[in-house]
Design a protein around this ligand. Structure first.
Ligand SMILES: Cc1cc2nc3c(=O)[nH]c(=O)nc-3n(C[C@H](O)[C@H](O)[C@H](O)COP(=O)(O)OP(=O)(O)OC[C@H]3O[C@@H](n4cnc5c(N)ncnc54)[C@H](O)[C@@H]3O)c2cc1C
Length: 428
């Protein structure tokens, strides 16, 4: 339902940000830091849960440190040094590589804590953060988006307010009802992810690695394109989950709850994952990836984070891309406000293409290739015997390549495509 506005809102501002997850809070932080009048709407109250693996790669850490949150992260998060991969009876410990601009460590921190920290940071920078405030409908003016009708979740029955803005940043996550009401759609030819996670109390809650198992299997014993994980939260708990890609033929028939249950049952006993150590039923969600949702730019608005399908198809990581797209959108909106020229919003599309175009093309094709169980099996079993190859894989998948290394990433994809042609495919 779009509201045709008749002039003044209950609150007028430069920029309205819809959604206070990583992408929205980052956009609000950078815009407020640049001196703009920003209202951020979050329909829940902080601290609030968000279903997630809680894993921050170095790419996320960099963004948080650049928002001035390095000390808080070190205090509230559990720092880890790299990835421990398991598969086909082998284990490889891979520390994060060094990079001129990206730190060589990550953190595990619950989203309950993390998202509250970043929203608070945006508020300190000058953004007005409205909690319990849902953007329930767009406000349109001559067909242009000019704000939102806001329903106060904590004041049922109260008349909705209208926030009017020159520009709107749509950051309402994977479901993106607000984005959909503006006409965003997911390109179904792109892969989609599905993941589920739960917390367990574990004696190994504060280890130096995040662990992933690359040989999760379906009922027929076929290796699935995805992985199981155990991430140490550092507060007595581990975050346990499985993620799966839509590129496998079995996608529709796999029940993630069952997959998760069998992953937990077969996890090595030292983790002590049992019904008695479970902290509650697991919850899941969808992972829109590879910039599969668009358009990202409208005449007066930009779409960021999961609302724009910005998750990395290689590894299902979305937090770093939410911070980055939020920041890139803030740059474009700042340009539009500073120049008085709304066309400047288009620079956001160009920035997305420049930063992710080639990388996401490689990633999308890669995940199509590994949708074939024969190839997934050959790749993982080969990789697990070859440390150098896995070090490369880690750098590619976590997107910690230097610009001069993007060529080899494309070359790596071409080798995978060649391999795909060699392996006999099942009849369609
Ligand atoms: C099971 C699972 C595990 C994952 N594990 C990881 C991981 O370990 N590491 C990683 O990097 N990524 C992970 N991801 C992906 C990651 O969670 C997302 O990419 C990330 O949360 C995207 O941030 P966002 O700000 O775009 O959206 P969200 O985090 O979804 O934030 C959107 C916010 O908008 C609010 N909102 C929605 N609609 C409205 C409205 N109309 N008005 C006001 N507010 C609104 C919501 O309440 C929410 O707070 C995982 C995802 C899943 C499902």
């Amino acid at each position: 339902m779009a509201l045709i506005d008749d002039g003044q809102g209950d609150r007028d501002c430069d920029v309205l940000v819809v959604g206070g997850g990583p992408s929205g809070s980052a956009a609000a932080y950078w815009l407020a830091s640049a001196g703009h009048d920003v209202v951020l709407l979050e329909r829940k109250h902080y601290p609030r849960e968000k279903t997630c693996g809680d894993g921050l790669t170095p790419r996320s850490v960099r963004q948080l440190e650049e928002m001035g949150l390095g000390d808080e992260l070190a205090r509230s998060g559990h720092r880890y040094e790299g990835l421990r991969s398991h598969g086909f009876g082998r284990t490889l410990e891979l520390t994060w590589p060094s990079h001129p601009e990206i730190p060589a460590y990550g953190y595990v921190i619950t989203r309950k804590d993390l998202d509250a920290l970043v929203a608070e940071r945006a508020e300190k920078a000058g953004a007005e953060v409205w909690e319990g405030a849902e953007a329930s409908a767009p406000v349109l003016d001559d067909g242009l988006l000019r704000g939102a009708v806001v329903t106060r979740k904590d004041a049922p029955g109260a008349a909705p307010l209208r926030v009017r803005a020159r520009y709107v940043v749509v950051a309402d996550g994977a479901g993106s009802r607000f984005g959909r009401s503006l006409g965003t759609t997911r390109d179904r030819s792109h892969p989609l992810g599905m993941a589920i996670r739960g917390y367990y109390r574990s004696p190994l809650h504060d280890g130096p690695w995040i662990d992933s198992w690359l040989d999760i299997r379906d009922r027929n014993g076929d290796v699935l394109p995805g992985y199981g994980w155990i991430f140490p939260v550092g507060d007595g708990r581990v975050n346990v989950g499985v993620g799966l890609l839509s590129t496998s033929n079995q996608w529709k028939s796999v029940n993630t709850t069952h997959l998760m249950a069998s992953f937990v049952e077969t996890a090595p006993p030292e983790w002590d994952l049992r019904p008695e150590t479970s902290c509650g039923a697991p919850t899941g969600g969808r992972l829109p990836m590879g910039l599969s949702v668009g358009p990202h730019v409208g005449p007066t608005y930009l779409v960021v984070g999961d609302a724009g399908g910005s998750i990395n198809p290689f590894n299902g990581e979305g937090i770093a891309y939410a911070y980055e797209t939020g920041r890139m959108a803030a740059d474009a909106v700042h340009l539009a406000l500073a120049s008085g020229d709304g066309m400047a919003l288009r620079s956001y599309q160009q920035a997305l293409t420049d930063r992710y175009g080639l990388y996401y093309r490689v990633a999308r094709n890669f995940v199509r290739v590994i949708g074939q169980p024969e190839i997934m099996k050959v790749l993982v079993s080969t990789g697990m015997r070859n440390r150098t190859m896995m070090e490369w894989v880690l750098r590619i998948m976590a997107n910690i390549l230097r610009p001069d290394e993007l060529g080899p990433a494309e070359a790596a994809y071409r080798s995978l495509a060649a391999l795909a042609r060699l392996v006999p495919l099942p009849a369609p």
